[in-house]
Every structure is written in C-alpha cells, then in structure tokens.
Design a protein around this ligand. Structure first.
Ligand SMILES: [Zn+2]
Length: 313
C-alpha cells in the first residue's frame, strides 16, 4: 500500500475507514478506524493541510526547497570492513545499487561484523593492497576464469584439507607433496608452483612490473591510462590460477602429472589463436593488436601473421 493509495481511499481527511478496510481486505472496520486515527495523530496541522491541498489538485512548486532526507542502516554497535564506514545515506543521491548493497549488509550484519574481506587477509598482511574485486572480471578474462579467482579469494575451492573434514576416505595431503593442502598451499605455497612463479616473474618483468603473490591472488592492479598493459597482466594472473586448478584436477582424477607452467602457456597460445582467428575473419586485426600485442610481450603481428613470444613455445 502506498501513501497515495491510502489518501485516495481514505480521503484527504483520512476518515473513510470503510474504504480502507475494503482496500486492505480486512473484515474489521474498527481496525481500519484505529489505523487512520494513528495516522491522523502522527500528522501535524501543516501536513494535514498539505494533504487537503493535494486532494484539491494543488500542484507543488518545483522550486520549493525540499529537506535533505537521510537513511541510516541499523548496524548498531557492529563494525567491520565489510559493513563499511557509510553510516548515513542521502536519499537524493543514493541510487538503487547503493540502497540494495546497504539492504544486504543490514540483513547479514551479524555475519559480516568483524569479518575479513577474504580468507587471505591474514596471509597478505603488509603484502600490497586489498583485493581488486572489479579487476577479477575485466575482459579479456573469461567468466570461468574470473569465477575461479573469486572462489579462491573466498576459499571456496575444494582443497584436500577442506574435503577431508567431510570425507574420511580423502587425505588432507597435497596431491603433489607431503604437506597439508589448504587453499593457500594449493595456489601459493606448494613447491610444484616454483616453475610457474618463476615464469610469471619473468613475464611481469617484460611488462616492467614486479611479480608478487599478493598481486597474483588479489589482482595485478589497474591504471586507466595504461589499461592495455593491466588488462593483460590480470588476464595472465587469471590464466595462471586456472592452470594450477586444472593440473590439480587432472592429478586427482587421472593421476596425470602436468607442469602448471606448461598448461598455462598452452592455454594462452590457444586463446591467442582463437582470438586471432576471430579478428582476422572480421577483418579487425587492428583491434586484436590493441588488445593482445602490448609491447609484443605475448605475441607479434607482422603482415597478418601471428607469432608467439618465446616463453609461450
Ligand atoms: Zn603441495
């Protein structure tokens, strides 16, 4: 029921209890009378006269000042980074996205209170900025890769340490080494990742950037003025995580041992070939060059011929 519906049915004096009980589909006219009485008591004389004006068709002057209206999410004493510092929102400026976010925070406030933004927060202390959430899904990253990055940050990827809690037949040991396999071990600490991380260090250097586990897990970074470079660095980080995930899966399902760095290079070559084929077909190789050929780090395009960088071969 909106205020307008109420006024339309009850009349500007808020007196027609019969119409209101009919609108609300309730039997008791007395209950409707009580509701209207409460409404009348809450309105000031000025507000009641505004209602009367409204019913006689008076159009408000658009130049009339309107007070700033704020709403405050009811967090009480609860605090935490996920609840945010925004404790007062202007109804004038807040859009539906802001209001929806605050609504979700309020209904989940107890779970969000003092909770770290990611399961990696304690591991990454002093190791770079917060997670770059919006970078995780930036093209040319594919959604499948982006979802994996999001899941890793939330620890929502099956690791043996986690699965063994529910399945007695599964050991908590890493499929590649004798250590316990947590999500941190699987994506940043396992000795088998050394080759991949050395490769990533070299590739980041080719982009004049330093590689770190923080950048790898949280997102490489972004700078709008040099977006081609950062898009590729985020793409490379995403593909490296996918290679770790895929090689672990194959190891568990088929006992296949594959070097994550090899799968990483193979996947990038396949991706470049597919993209090259598409842009060649659509006669838009300039766009391919813009997206993929930054400083020829990944590939080179000469006379419409694609050549991969040496480290990919
Ligand atoms: Zn391991």
């Amino acid at each position: 029921m909106t205020l307008q519906q109420l006024v339309d049915n009850a009349g500007p004096a808020l007196a027609d209890a019969q119409a209101v009980s009919s609108m609300l589909n309730i039997q008791s006219t007395r209950a409707a009378q009580r509701v209207l009485q409460l409404w009348r008591q809450r309105l000031s004389g000025k507000e009641r006269s505004l209602l009367l004006d409204y019913s006689t068709g008076t159009v408000p002057d658009s130049k009339d000042p309107f007070p700033e209206v704020h709403i405050s999410p009811l967090f009480g004493e609860l605090e935490g980074r996920l609840l945010g510092d925004e404790r007062q929102i202007s109804l004038h400026t807040a859009n539906k996205k802001i209001l929806y976010k605050q609504y979700i925070k309020v209904i989940n406030k107890k779970n969000l209170c003092n909770r770290a933004p990611t399961t990696w927060a304690n591991r990454m202390t002093g190791n770079g900025p917060d997670p770059q959430w919006r970078l995780l899904y930036k093209p040319p990253l594919k959604k499948k890769t982006a979802d994996l990055q999001w899941r890793i940050l939330h620890g929502a990827v099956g690791s043996n340490a986690f699965i063994s809690v529910f399945t007695a037949a599964v050991s908590s040991q890493c499929p590649f080494c004798p250590l316990r396999e947590t999500v941190f071990h699987a994506f940043s600490e396992c000795g088998r990742l050394a080759v991949l991380f050395t490769l990533l260090t070299n590739v980041f250097n080719l982009f004049s950037e330093n590689f770190s586990i923080g950048k790898f897990i949280y997102g490489a970074g972004y700078n709008r003025s040099n977006q081609r470079k950062w898009q590729l660095l985020n793409f490379i980080s995403g593909e490296a995580k996918l290679a770790i995930y895929v090689t672990r899966k194959r190891r568990i399902e088929n006992n296949t041992v594959q070097e994550a760095a090899t799968v990483f290079c193979c996947n990038i070559r396949c991706c470049l070939k597919l993209e090259f084929g598409f842009y060649k077909l659509t006669k838009d190789l300039n766009n391919f060059r813009n997206i993929w050929c930054y400083k020829n780090v990944l590939c080179t395009l000469v006379d419409d011929h694609l050549t991969f960088a040496n480290f990919l071969l």
